[in-house]
Design a protein. Structure first.
Length: 131
């Protein structure tokens, strides 16, 4: 990990990343408790880990046919996700992004929150990669 990436991830964690990661973990936990929500819990947990330290990582779609979360079934799962948990996670990220973008120093962090807000609408069928 590059030194700048490490510094950005530490600052991110201190100034909102910890709370964001906890929000995603909370969503994953609630979904896992229901048993029916386990496929969504797996996606939420993946994004939670990403949300704790997003600099130096990217979220990309899984290859078609890689698992049940791709294709038409993945689309339906993402629609259900938005209704159940995605909208409040997106709202959380947008509010934090606006607050952080007030200062020039917070703009890179606000941009990351806006990316996470978009991911909040369709996390099923995504994977996190380094680089």
């Amino acid at each position: 990990m590059a030194p700048l990436t490490l510094v950005l991830n530490i600052l991110w964690f201190i100034f909102g990343g910890f709370i964001s990661g906890l929000a995603w973990l909370f969503a994953a936990l609630l979904l896992a408790i229901t048993i029916v929500g386990l496929p969504w819990a797996q996606a939420a947990f993946r994004i939670a880990i990403f949300s704790f330290a997003p600099f130096g990582k990217h979220v990309v779609p899984r290859p078609a046919g890689a698992d049940l979360g791709t294709g038409p079934l993945g689309f339906v799962m993402n629609v259900v996700w938005v209704v159940v948990a995605g909208w409040w996670l997106a709202l959380h990220h947008v509010i934090i992004a606006i607050a952080q973008m007030i200062s020039i120093i917070g703009i890179p962090f606000g941009i990351q929150h806006l990316k996470l807000a978009l991911i909040s609408f369709a996390p099923v069928g995504l994977r996190v990669v380094e680089g």
